[in-house]
Ligand binder design. Sequence first.
Ligand SMILES: Cc1ncc(COP(=O)(O)O)c(C=O)c1O
Length: 479
Amino acid sequence: MAAISGVGLSWRSKVSERPSTKKKPSRSSSTTIRLCVSSPRIKMTVSVEKKQFSIQKSEEIFNAAKELMPGGVNSPVRAFKSVGGQPIVIDSVKGSHMWDVDGNEYIDYVGSWGPAIIGHADDKVLAALAETMKKGTSFGAPCALENDLAEMVISAVPSIEMVRFVNSGTEACMGVLRLARAFTSRAKIIKFEGCYHGHADPFLVKAGSGVATLGLPDSPGVPRAATIDTLTSPYNDISTVENLFNTHKGEIAAVILEAVVGNSGFITPKPDFLNALRRITKENGALLIFDEVMTGFRLAYGGAQEYFGVTPDLTTLGKIIGGGLPVGAYGGRREIMEMVAPAGPMYQAGTLSGNPLAMTAGIHTLRRLKEPGSYEHLDKITGELIRGILDAGKNAGHEISGGYISGMFGFFFTEGPVYSFDDAKKSDTAKFAKFYRGMLEEGVYFAPSQFEAGFTSLAHTSEDIQRTIAAAEKVFRNI
Ligand SMILES: Cc1ncc(COP(=O)(O)O)c(C=O)c1O
């Protein structure tokens, strides 16, 4: 694990001037070339002006969107509320880069919030999707591709002996909660402050991420009855978990958590936190659920459970296993999964679940990830990135801490260490917002919230990282 906080680092990036922006062939150039031609003898004056960062088209489109969709978006954090200013409207993505509708190019560290681990719009994934599409887009009936992805997931993830595909991480967490309650015949669950498990009612309690970003304590519309059985504990706090089990003996169905938190920024478990949870749940006849929607296939091919060597009873997945198409999954021990209908009595269903397009994108994404060297690459470039950012911040006199594991990282504008959501909230979010806007203008796209993790991909290069660090050095000096 590579959690770095408050440590004086000697690593230095080799920073040159900001390299010229990579060009995408069909896009407008970032320089303006004026040719002045006069006769009879032809004289040419060429003046090159750096294009000003402008997001005028984004503004127009987003203003129109606000009349059409609540807040102009279909998922809240995209609206840039916590960093202020104008969200950029994306036109296209490829590899580690993306382009907005104004023609600005960005190095992308959001990766569609995680799925794009092999890089955006991978040629092989696109070709496979085109082939699958020739046969149709949805069957609503069994198809062999479901078996292929299921076998890949089962052989990769230690806890999963059987799997059910759904359409989003939210759906996966809803399903797994019902299953845990059905299997144990108990109602209560423990979740951790700052962990996000999708937007189903029982989980919208101290749910980090978007909720924290908007400053809403919980969401109106969630009835008390829906959350009455949701118990919460600070992350990394075993004594609170023990107290909850003592107070609610025989009532707790499951403990659910992000084994590495990505929805309050990037927070790692203290040594032995996960082992202690494994022990306590076992002793109390409760299930341990790892929500690996974000960490699955990202921290390691077998997810956080492989990385930390702790096997939960149930696991949720999403994001990467759909390769950029809508997907989710939950799985676990066979005896538990056989409770799910129609093998067992616990009902859960989905019109588009296991559809051939999502299965295809997932299969080809996992195949690429399984190639030798994938996780070594993620580790190398993400380490380089986070060390460079922390160094740059400290050299410019800022309090900053952060860390990474494999292709997942984060940093906070606080000295750290950050072990819980309360620690994360000590971060100077106003400074983060300034940093964020500065980086955007330098062509670097981070998640628009201090309380979100960042992601790298197999498509990120050392050049991307060096450009990002150079940009960070410049922006840190100006905030
Ligand atoms: C850990 C975790 N669980 C669940 C979800 C919900 O997934 P989705 O947005 O696909 O519904 C997310 C989304 O970011 C997540 O990070």
